[in-house]
Design a protein around this ligand. Structure first.
Ligand code: ATP
Ligand code: MG
Length: 578
């Protein structure tokens, strides 16, 4: 496991507003000087990079200030949840470099939540409503117009108690009855207008099976779970600002008036991560998986943590990115280029430099002795002298990148063109003498002559030429499948563009998505790599010189190597985006 992000953050001088509040609360001795947080995913999909922002805060601050962060699965909706997601979420949190204290499940609190609901009914603070969800919605009113009270609002306590029990018996159809908190149908905060706190769900739960048919709603589970566990700081995203009064209301009810001002969880909201050219939200990502737009949750084009992992992103690059964008109280759209620069910075320091020819064309050195092979020395990482060197075979039959040759080149083309000299990296200076074409006029082979005096590393070999290109010896390399990824979406804000299309065309989400997807998000190349990579292990990182950072795909086998492009060497989007 990598180092905890506490080390990465140590140098920071200014604290974000959430951290500043933690420092203040601890100094004041609030909650008995305890800091307890939680990360509360719903196991209805895989974690995405947005969750990393929440994770880094929940776990990072707890670790930094001597607190605990527990993992709590918010599993109150059995129709969407699954054990597969529970396991994947745990793996991804560990991969990011964090360790939770306890592993909790909201479903463990179903008995306590049930008892609490019964108590509210008995106290006249909740009632069973038999209206349809449409009727209930129609009575809600607007923020400026009070709602209409349900005809069931003042039904006898005994009746509600009996019906609540029935809701949990399996006899009641979904949608036929709900339990509502009886609060205030005229409250300017819509969440106080007799919110639904229990509903009937017939789908078996992945942990409790058919033990329950009545399930608590988010607002009746989240704050209470925080309270049961002793959470002190409950951080969530901005859409929950309007839920906070209800969060406090239920905790006040739970506490029954006991030392209200201390030892209670407090909710604070921060801005969600939104990334340009990226769509986050498990619901939408599930559609991409189910419709086969991507191969799976871990497709390297997916913004899931497992997708980033497979693509070659490092945990520390994700943590650094999250740290850089910070936490505020207003929404923003962050630049994907910032995440890319974080991973480049990381891999630049650690990735071994190798040669790979992604789109190959033959280069023949006509004056180099046939059959002769020389071993050239390559520096593994110029950023890290400790990384050492490895050897690569040179001969007269080479591969170079097709776009490193142009028969008629513009002035500033410093690569292979007839009459021009170029250095073959770690080898010789060669002069292009021409090319051979097939019947259709396509260049199939480039010819050059080498200068034996210019072997890299020899005294006097530092004659200057303007260009250096990479190469592989055709008889001393391995074929490999190289997967080049580009952004999945053509538009900067897929979420908003999708919503607009759905509104205008009244189409299904997937149809809106298809109008926005980048048809060139994956290009598979039949390429060559140096033999040094024959033993490369899944997820190992390399820099393919002059091309980008790549990692070994888990599909890779010694007989069929597969590499994923993590990121190009330079920011190729910047120009396009501006
Ligand atoms: P999604 O809509 O993608 O399913 P969610 O909020 O429903 O997201 P949860 O599993 O409920 O997902 O979220 C767990 C935690 O992660 C919550 O505290 C939530 O606020 C936080 N979170 C989710 N998405 C983001 C995001 N884009 N940026 C920051 N935090 C997020
Ligand atoms: Mg959710």
């Amino acid at each position: 496991m990598e180092k905890m992000p506490t080390d990465e953050q140590e140098k920071k001088t200014s604290l974000n507003f959430i951290e500043a509040k933690v420092v203040e609360d601890l100094a004041e001795g609030k909650n008995g000087g305890r800091l307890q947080t939680r990360f509360p995913p719903e196991p209805n999909g895989y974690l995405h990079i947005g969750h990393a922002k929440a994770i880094c805060l929940d776990f990072g601050l707890a670790a930094r200030y001597g607190g605990t962060c527990n993992l709590r699965f918010d599993d109150t909706n059995p129709t969407k949840e699954d054990l597969e997601y529970v396991d994947a979420i745990k793996e991804d949190i560990r991969w990011l470099g964090f360790q939770w204290g306890h592993e909790y499940y909201a479903s463990d609190y179903f008995p306590q939540l049930w008892d609490f609901a019964v108590r509210l009914i008995k106290e006249g603070k909740a009632y069973v409503d038999e209206q349809s969800s449409e009727e209930i919605a129609a009575q809600k009113g607007t923020p400026t117009r009070p709602g209409v009270e349900s005809p069931y609002r003042n039904r006898p306590v005994e009746e509600s108690l009996a019906l609540f029990t029935k809701m949990n018996s399996g006899e009641v159809e979904e949608g036929k009855m709900v339990l509502r908190a009886k609060i205030d149908m005229a409250n300017p905060n819509m969440h106080f207008r007799d919110p639904i706190i229990y509903r009937v769900v017939k789908t078996p739960h992945h942990r409790t099976g058919n033990r329950w048919y009545a399930y608590p709603m988010y607002d009746f589970a989240h704050g209470q779970s925080d309270f049961f566990e002793g959470v002190t700081h409950s951080w969530c995203t901005l859409e929950f600002v309007v839920h906070r009064p209800l969060y406090d209301y239920f905790i006040d009810e739970l506490k029954e008036g006991k030392d209200l001002d201390d030892n209670r969880p407090r909710q604070t909201e921060f801005n969600k991560l939104n990334l340009n050219y990226t769509l986050l939200s498990k619901r939408n990502l599930l559609i991409l998986v189910k419709e086969g737009v991507v191969n799976d949750w871990d497709d390297p084009r997916m913004p899931t943590l497992c997708g980033f992992r497979r693509r070659g992103y490092t945990p520390s690059s994700i943590r650094k990115f999250v740290d850089k964008i910070g936490y505020t109280t207003y929404d923003a759209l962050n630049d994907f280029a910032l995440l890319e620069s974080a991973v480049r910075e990381d891999l630049n320091a650690t990735a071994t430099r190798v040669s790979a020819v992604v789109r190959p064309i033959k280069l023949t050195i006509t004056n180099y002795p046939e059959g002769k092979v020389e071993e050239m020395e390559c520096v593994n990482n110029p950023e890290d002298p400790e990384a050492g060197t490895h050897r690569i075979a040179f001969s007269c039959d080479l591969w170079i990148e097709a776009d490193d040759f142009m028969e008629e080149a513009p002035k500033k083309y410093y690569r292979m063109t007839p009459g021009q000299e170029v250095r073959l990296k770690n080898a010789y200076i060669v002069k292009c003498t021409g090319c051979r074409k097939d019947e259709q006029g396509n260049v199939v082979e480039v010819m050059a002559e080498y200068d034996p005096e210019t072997r890299s590393g020899l005294p006097g070999a530092d004659r200057k030429v303007k260009g250096t290109i990479h190469w592989l010896s055709r008889n001393h390399c391995l074929s490999a499948e190289v997967r080049l990824y580009d952004r999945l979406w053509q538009v900067e804000n897929p979420r908003d563009s999708m919503a607009k299309i759905i509104e205008e065309q009244g189409c299904e989400t997937i149809n809106a998505m298809r109008q926005l997807l980048n048809p060139q998000s994956l290009e598979v190349c039949h390429s060559y790599v140096e033999t040094y990579l024959s033993e490369a292990k899944p997820l190992e990182h390399f820099q393919f010189q002059r091309i980008g950072y790549f990692c070994v795909d888990p599909d890779s086998t010694p007989g069929h190597l597969v590499f994923n492009r993590t990121v190009t060497l330079k920011d190729s989007w910047a120009k396009v985006n501006k």
